[in-house]
Design a protein around this ligand. Structure first.
Ligand code: M6R
Length: 619
């Protein structure tokens, strides 16, 4: 079962292998356990090549083999779960005759029963994957008169689970057929050529005209265009859109890593997310509003759901939304929310945050909320993706393409977006008038400049990270809005540097975690501002004193002018003075750089950390 793979398909005048390999290079952040291609060759045969490991292993194999020449093809980059990351489990998978090939993203939940049925009928399956059953089911369903799309329509109706599938057949050159349920697939419309991709990055070097495939749809892609039908075989509606970023966004632009580039793009991500949101009468506009002001006025509880870094954006949102609206806000990991029967009704607003818009846990949380009649608002960076499509209102972050698996600029854009949402709600509910909203918006508009200023100070943070990089454990402490920042700092270090890192509320220290402190353990502390949170500031200083007394090395993130930290800190990382509710936008930045440089000092690939993939499209 392959959960979060990258898929590309091509039909046109170019060599399909070149187009597919280029697409796979851009999709590799979706999985890098193996890669493979299938090409319908000029001689009427179907040929495949597959290799475990990163894409470069496949490229080497292809360079040493007879060329795969043909203008119809598809490719796959895999993030393995069941069925190890081996050559034999790499996609594409073929039928017994080797005339049709399948690539797949998702889970075919009834694959065990289907495999048993196929084997009883004499099919020989060669891999440990769920995907291979599709190739053999297609073999049985295929009729040259009705064609490949008809066969796929029959087969998808036998599958349970979430899937995107692409198939090619030696007998139908010039055709790639795709099908999807709860897993993404986008068509790229070029001039005399047509593409398929898990996301638009697959074909962004060729076209920015795209079509989002809907739920339970099958698409036939030819040089001349595409045809979409439902799983019932009837013609179906699709959603065309123009991609508002270009190839440069999918390139490193002179940086060694996407992560470096994306960290530097953060001021622009915030600025773009804010642009044009404030109306003359002090209201904040969303992108899609299928909820009226009257609907919003009925809201008496907010749940924010998300996963990973996005969950941290949710934790930060609680402070702002509660402060401005006086409505209670609960924040929960999407994977937990869905299964514990939370108390929801039509007066509950569920805010689903997802950069990709396709995270399965968050999508299922949205679906559950809707069954309970709650209103759902999505915050996403991906136009037209599944979570926004299934929500009642959408606020898009405009961070541009984020390639690095570790989220940076999208998180800061999400924090910005949740602030906008808090202000929008406050205005509708009447807890803030137009002038107050406009004043907050002005303050938010200053944030890109403050983040840019923070970025100019990162040289010493990189030096410090290199110095700390042999440490096997790093702890992070914070209070109030500094607590989610501490969690984010720890998550970044875990996922990039593979060291034990944990974030704690500083006040919790004495209730257990302080036992972890021993001589030389680095403890990174995110200080509250002494200007607005004087009492808390003093308490956190005491917490630093407590860990120092037990041998910790203290690294303190403190705002300019906070000299009270100096006697407590071995290293001080300075950030500009910022209003408390927006301070995470600056305090997160040095923790991102710390994690990145720490990982680089350990010789690790920060863009593609082990075992991870960018979008997690099944639960
Ligand atoms: O696409 P999403 O925002 O729904 O993704 C959520 C998480 O998977 C994501 O934030 C993850 O935690 C990142 N790798 C963190 O850097």
């Amino acid at each position: 079962m392959d959960r979060v793979c990258g898929i590309v398909g091509y039909v046109g005048p170019q060599q399909a292998l070149d187009v597919c390999l280029e697409g796979l290079r851009r999709l590799e952040y979706r999985g890098y356990d193996s890669a493979g291609v299938a090409v319908v060759c000029a001689d009427g045969t179907l040929r495949t090549a597959r290799r475990a490991g990163e894409l470069r292993n496949l490229e080497k194999l292809l360079a040493d083999s007879e060329p795969l020449e043909g203008t119809t093809g598809m490719g796959h980059t895999r993030w393995a779960t069941h069925g190890g990351p081996t050559d034999g489990n790499a996609h594409p998978h073929t039928d017994c005759q080797g005339v049709l090939a399948v690539v797949h993203n998702g889970i075919i939940e009834n694959h065990v029963a289907l495999r048993a049925e196929l084997e009883a009928a004499g099919h020989e399956l060669a891999s440990a994957t769920d995907t291979e059953v599709v190739a053999h089911l297609l073999e049985d369903a295929y009729d040259p008169v009705t064609g490949l799309a008809a066969a796929l329509t029959v087969v998808v109706n036998r599958l349970e689970g979430a899937f995107t599938l692409l198939v090619t057949h030696a007998g139908e050159p010039g055709l790639v057929v795709g099908g999807r349920r709860s897993s993404p697939l986008v068509i790229g419309v070029g001039r005399g050529e047509t593409f398929l991709g898990s996301d638009v990055a697959a074909f962004i070097g060729h076209t920015r005209d795209a079509v989002e495939l809907g739920q339970d749809q099958v698409v036939e892609v030819r040089r001349t265009g595409y045809r979409v039908t439902g799983f019932d075989g009837l013609p179906a509606e699709t959603l065309p859109f123009h991609v508002d970023w270009d190839l440069a966004a999918a390139e490193k632009g002179g940086h060694d890593y996407f992560m470096q580039k994306e960290i530097l793009e953060q001021p622009t991500a915030i600025e773009d997310t804010l642009r044009g949101r404030l109306t003359a009468d002090g209201r904040i506009t969303l992108d899609e509003e299928r909820l009226s002001d009257d609907d919003l006025r009925e809201i008496d509880k907010v749940f924010v759901v998300g996963c990973g870094s996005t969950y941290h954006a949710g934790l930060l949102a609680k402070y702002a939304i509660e402060h401005w609206t006086r409505i209670p806000v609960e924040v929960e990991m999407a994977s937990e929310f869905r299964y514990r029967d939370p108390v929801l009704d039509r007066n509950t607003l569920v805010v689903a945050i997802s950069q990709s818009g396709e995270t399965a846990d968050t999508l299922e949380a949205v679906r559950h909320a809707k069954t309970q009649k709650a209103r759902v608002l999505a915050i996403s960076n991906t136009n037209g993706s599944q979570i926004p499509r299934e929500s009642d209102a959408v606020l898009y972050t405009r961070a541009g393409l984020e390639v690095c698996v570790a989220s940076t600029k999208c998180l800061l854009a999400q924090i910005t977006a949740t602030s906008l949402l808090g202000l929008a709600l406050a205005r509708v509910l009447g807890t803030k008038d137009g002038e107050e909203v406009a004043r907050e918006y002005d303050t938010l508009e200053a944030m890109p400049g403050l983040v840019a200023e923070t970025l100019t100070r990162m040289g010493p943070v990189a030096d410090l990270a290199r110095e700390l990089s042999p440490s096997p454990t790093v702890l992070f402490l914070g209070r109030h809005v500094g607590y989610p920042v501490a969690l984010e700092g720890a998550l970044k270090l875990k996922e990039l540097a593979y060291v034990h890192a944990e974030g704690f509320p500083a006040g919790e220290l004495k209730h257990g975690p302080i036992a972890l402190i021993e001589q030389g353990v680095p403890v990174v502390v995110v200080m509250p501002s002494p200007r607005s949170r004087g009492v808390l500031h003093q308490k956190v200083l005491s917490n630093i004193a407590e860990v120092r007394a037990r041998g910790a090395r203290t690294i303190v993130v403190a705002e300019d002018g906070d000299d009270a930290v100096l006697p407590y800190a071995e290293h001080v990382i300075r950030v500009p003075q910022t209003p408390t509710l927006y301070s995470a936008l600056v305090t997160t930045v040095p923790l991102q750089v710390l994690a990145m440089e720490f990982a680089l000092a350990r010789g690790l690939d920060v863009d593609k950390p082990r075992n991870l993939a960018k979008s997690v499209t099944v639960e």
